[in-house]
Write a protein that binds this ligand. Structure first.
Ligand SMILES: Cc1cc2nc3c(=O)[nH]c(=O)nc-3n(C[C@H](O)[C@H](O)[C@H](O)COP(=O)(O)O)c2cc1C
Length: 385
């Protein structure tokens, strides 16, 4: 037991964490910690991932009032051309960015197999202190088998993976909340004298996200997460609405409210035709087919599961945005499509771009004012400006 009185440093997370902001449509970025982000292309338009680049991207988003930086948890390249092979660890990346941003929430996308709960709890609490209560733990089970082989952990059968994840998170939460030393005996973990100080800043707990899509994944989200991260893989609003409503019903059945976030890729042009032509150039002519094929293979997807035109369309979205929702067209088109996602109940969208710096700057100049005019977001004033 600690001999030293622990100060109460906790703060209501609604006052510190932008994920709980009042903006009807929250915005994030997906994948700026990885080389080529979500863009499976060989195009020279994509800059190399460096610390300076990712910091610049984070600061542009922060100053525009974005709510979240969502990293991809990745350990190895996908395919043979290096896609995502160069990437920053999500915890230390978030910690570094916490020091150079003021408002945006730093998300640590975490493979449960890669960290002991004591380590993950401590790292998240530390980032919460560095950032003044702006961290979110995004728990993922993973899907890319070569990574698990590299880490030496078993790629458990699907539902067993969620039993592991549940125990992992329940144990982690004890490190966040137990003031006295505790013992824990589960199926996967045994802890004697568990102890972690300081506790996180955010009260009652740091925000938690999960990207599960299966029934067991959705049950995990409904029970434990503040936000579910969903691929709107039907790529039409009717299917997407049904997906979002199912999530809301899951949460209501568990007596909770859970936001639904999704990811979308942005290709903006002065005209629809220009945007469409650029999409074709970067993700068809200059596509990294090897990355797309490997991703589909390890996701367990193949052409037999879909009609040929659906399969082709899905592969384009996979290459252009890790399977995210397409936002392709003029600033008006993109604002309108985001408004539609909001209308079907999506609370937050994390965006990806071919080049985050130029793409995001253009989005902030042209699309953001339209979202504000539509009442989806309040204009953001940089503190002290
Ligand atoms: C929007 C989104 C983002 C994801 N990000 C990652 C990631 O960064 N790293 C990773 O290994 N898996 C990621 N996943 C995949 C999940 O780990 C998981 O394999 C997938 O959601 C399947 O859900 P299930 O576990 O319920 O079957 C992501 C999934 C979604 C939908």
């Amino acid at each position: 037991m600690s001999q030293i009185a622990t100060p109460d440093e906790r703060q209501d997370r609604r006052n510190t964490n932008a994920l709980f902001s009042e903006n009807k449509l929250k915005l994030g970025l997906f994948g700026p910690n990885c080389d080529r982000g979500c863009a499976m292309t060989l195009s020279d338009d994509v800059p190399l991932l460096t610390w300076e680049y990712t910091k610049q991207v984070a600061q542009i988003a922060d100053r525009a009032g974005f709510e979240a930086l969502v990293p991809v948890a990745r350990w190895k390249e996908i395919g043979r051309n290096g896609f995502n092979g160069r990437n920053f660890d999500t915890y230390t990346w978030a910690a570094g960015l916490a020091s150079v941003t003021d408002h945006i929430t730093l998300i640590t996308t975490s493979h449960v197999q890669a960290n002991h709960p004591a380590v993950a709890a401590k790292a998240v609490a530390t980032i919460d202190h560095i950032s003044g209560g702006r961290v979110c733990l995004n728990i993922v089970n993973g899907w890319f088998e070569p990574e698990f082989k590299m880490l030496g952990s078993d790629f458990l059968p699907h539902d067993k993976r969620y039993q592991y994840t549940t125990e992992w998170y329940e144990l982690l939460r004890k490190f966040w909340t137990e003031e006295e030393e505790f013992d824990f005996r589960g199926e996967f973990f045994t802890v004697e004298g568990g102890y972690s100080q300081p506790k996180p800043i955010q009260s009652p707990l740091p925000a938690v996200m999960n990207a599960g899509g299966s029934k067991t994944g959705r049950e995990f989200i409904a029970k434990y997460a503040d936000a579910g991260y969903v691929l709107l893989a039907g790529y039409d609003l009717t299917t997407a609405r049904a997906q979002v409503e199912t999530r809301a019903a899951d949460a209501a059945a568990a007596g909770r409210e859970v936001d639904t976030w999704t990811t979308a890729y942005v290709v903006q042009g002065d005209t629809k035709e220009e945007a469409q032509a650029y999409l074709e150039q970067v993700f068809v002519e200059e596509a990294d087919m090897s990355a797309g094929e490997a991703a589909a293979k390890y996701l367990g997807l193949n052409s037999s599961a879909m009609e040929p035109h659906q399969w082709e369309e899905f592969n384009l979205h996979l290459r252009a945005g890790y399977g995210g929702y397409p936002l392709v067209g003029t600033a008006d088109d993109i604002a309108e499509q985001l408004a539609q996602l909001s209308e079907i109940g999506v609370a937050g969208v994390s965006l990806s771009f071919v080049d985050f710096v130029t793409g995001l700057s253009r989005f902030n100049a042209d699309v953001m004012p339209k979202l504000e005019a539509a009442g989806l977001r309040k204009p953001y004033a940089v503190a002290g400006a």
